[in-house]
Design a binder for this molecule. Structure first.
Ligand code: ADP
Ligand code: MG
Length: 225
């Protein structure tokens, strides 16, 4: 299990010409690795995470996941690859308001074929127990605290056992104590599941929990461990 990023660059077309954001990012991570990416607002952290998550494409350079270049896959295969192999946690929980906690965690399994519903249902319940929400399965997101909503988002990100777990400012909307707890939970589950975890944050408190840290500077990743 591996993630390799080579000479990755990204520029956005703008009216005044191409705007370079990433200028040669290199990164190699393996199973069990956890990296916190720091850097000021606007430095390209989300852009990098979106490309790692195959939600956006590089301008040049490449990304391989377990030796596969996802951007070389046809659209439908890429969507299936993303669904099965990559889990996302965003700053905003992005839970469906009309669905229960359990249903929200099961959302990624609806588009994924191959595993029996009873198996995924059982695993979703187990994950919700592990994030401390066994007593909240029937709640709607509006009936949860901010920290609980992010815990649901973490369980949802893991329900298809992804190899790569990506989180963009996952604690950005939480108070300090709750942020700490959610950060610790992310790392704990990552450790248990042996994923590759990349978290983008401008919170030094969250970054400090990580064994490996890097800083986004002038469009490149600089080791800051
Ligand atoms: P960060 O997450 O570190 O705050 P982002 O990756 O969101 O930074 O954005 C980096 C820079 O890229 C910002 O200056 C932003 O204005 C610019 N940017 C992001 N998306 C686009 C886009 N679609 N078109 C043009 N510029 C963009
Ligand atoms: Mg961002």
């Amino acid at each position: 299990m591996s993630l390799a990023v080579r000479a990755l660059s990204k520029e956005y077309p703008t009216r005044s010409g191409p705007l370079p954001i990433l200028r040669g990012v290199n990164l190699a991570l393996g199973r069990g690795d956890a990296l916190a990416v720091m850097g000021p607002s606007g430095s390209g952290k989300s852009t990098l995470l979106h490309i790692l998550g195959t939600l956006d494409t590089p301008s040049s350079g490449g990304v391989t996941l377990d030796g596969t270049d996802p951007f070389a896959l046809p659209e439908a295969e890429l969507a299936a690859f993303r669904n099965r192999r990559i889990g996302f946690v965003f700053q905003d929980h992005h839970l469906l308001p009309q669905c229960s906690v359990l249903e929200n965690v099961l959302v990624p399994t609806l588009v994924s074929r191959g595993t029996a519903p009873a198996v995924t249902d059982g695993y979703a319940r187990q994950l919700l127990e592990r994030v401390g929400l066994a007593g909240r399965l029937d709640h709607r997101p509006a009936e949860l605290s901010g920290g609980e909503r992010q815990r649901v988002a973490v369980a949802r990100a893991l329900v298809l056992k992804p190899m790569l777990l990506l989180a963009d400012e996952p604690t950005g909307n939480l108070d300090r104590k709750t942020a700490q707890a959610v950060g610790e939970l992310l790392l704990e589950l990552h450790g248990q599941e042996n994923t590759i975890l990349v978290v983008v944050t401008h919170s030094p408190d969250l970054a400090r929990l990580f064994p490996r840290r890097a800083e986004m500077a002038d469009g490149a990743l600089v080791d800051a461990t």
